[in-house]
Design a protein around this ligand. Structure first.
Ligand code: PMV
Length: 335
């Protein structure tokens, strides 16, 4: 029996991915750029041991996975089985390090860890770029969690998606020894429970009905160029400005869909206002928001505790977490 265990950190996009050029292959309409985190992630063990005899056996955070999750895992494992020429069902045990019911359980770290553990267990040694392509088939953002630090996702041009993969931008970027470029990502949790509308359905509705979707797509390349330049120059202010505008443009395109998609709650807006007020007071802190109501704040490591404390006392913020830049997905020694 072959088994492997992998860990992966989630990632937060600073230039968002919002729209697909192919829904079956999960091909993004544009590039995106993210930071992989250390604390929030997934550990997954895969063993091709026959599963329960007829199905894959999937355990998520200590309990049998829902049918929806199990189906998504099986569909992903089928690709790995086809590639490795094996038929055996599997046992998959996966644990998220994000607090339960925080609404932050991540498909990004989940499919990155699953891609690495499943291919490891199947005896396939894939290069990181191939792993990124494989992880993308599970979830678009998972392609980026194969790598650590700042990562850029290329949309690719090929119909088969073989060039739609992520790559690390700058080994070590985000955690230089020089204290001038040492960033943190603070998560301000503003609600419990599942998000209202999943990202695939929301992207589809935005692309099909939002008059702002084309404008959103047209703006991404410029944001990517600005973000790349900011990272190369270790310029947190410039990177933060891109992150805020990319997030607001993404949400603006979704809000203009029909029916409208609005992920924010009052605490989301209060947290954004708090971040802007902190900047007026001299802090280097910048927000971004994904397909949910939580606010993620990129800031200088030296200011992280103070920024987190300010967010924690913002009305409606339930709790905060401070994460550092993290490594890419990796196999663990003991299978
Ligand atoms: O990977 P998905 O399909 O869950 O989409 C992620 C979409 C956003 O988180 C909103 C943006 C991003 O680039 O991660």
């Amino acid at each position: 029996m072959k088994a492997a265990t992998a860990v992966a950190g989630t990632n937060i996009a600073l230039v968002k991915y919002w729209g697909k050029r192919d829904e079956v292959l999960n091909l993004p309409a544009t590039g995106s750029l993210s930071l992989t985190l250390d604390r929030l992630g997934t550990r997954t063990r895969v063993a091709f041991d026959g599963g329960d005899g007829t199905h894959d056996r999937v355990t998520l955070d200590g309990a049998p996975a829902s049918e929806k999750v199990a189906t998504r895992v099986t569909r992903f494992l089928d690709r790995v089985r086809a590639r490795a020429g094996i038929a055996a069902r599997a046992t998959v045990v996966t644990d998220n390090s994000v607090p339960t019911a925080s609404g932050l359980a991540s498909s990004a770290s989940g499919f990155a860890a699953l891609a690495l553990a499943a291919t490891g267990a199947a005896g396939l040694a894939l290069a990181p770029t191939e792993l990124s392509v494989l992880a993308r088939l599970g979830s678009g953002s998972a392609a980026r969690s194969i790598f650590g630090g700042f990562v850029e996702m290329a949309p690719g041009t090929r119909a088969d998606g073989s060039d739609a993969a992520a790559h690390p931008l700058d080994a070590g970027a985000g955690w230089d020894a020089s204290a001038s470029w040492n960033v943190r990502l603070i998560v301000a949790i503003t609600a419990t429970g599942e998000k209202a509308l999943g990202s695939t359905a929301a992207m589809r509705r935005t692309a099909e009905t939002s008059p702002y979707y084309d404008a959103w797509v047209r703006g991404v390349d410029g944001d990517l160029a600005a973000a790349r330049a900011a990272i190369a120059a270790r310029d947190l202010e410039a990177l933060g400005a891109v992150a805020e505008r990319s997030a607001l443009r993404m949400h603006a395109s979704a809000m203009a869909a029909d029916p409208p998609i609005l992920y924010w709650n009052p605490a989301t807006i209060a947290a954004m206002a708090r971040v802007r007020a902190l900047r007026v007071e001299g802090a280097s802190a910048f927000f971004t928001i994904d397909a949910g109501p939580h606010v993620k704040v990129l800031c200088d490591a030296r200011e992280a505790e103070a920024v987190a404390a300010a967010l924690a006392e913002t009305p409606g913020v339930l709790r905060t977490l401070i994460a550092s830049p993290g490594l890419g997905a990796r196999l663990e020694e003991s299978a």
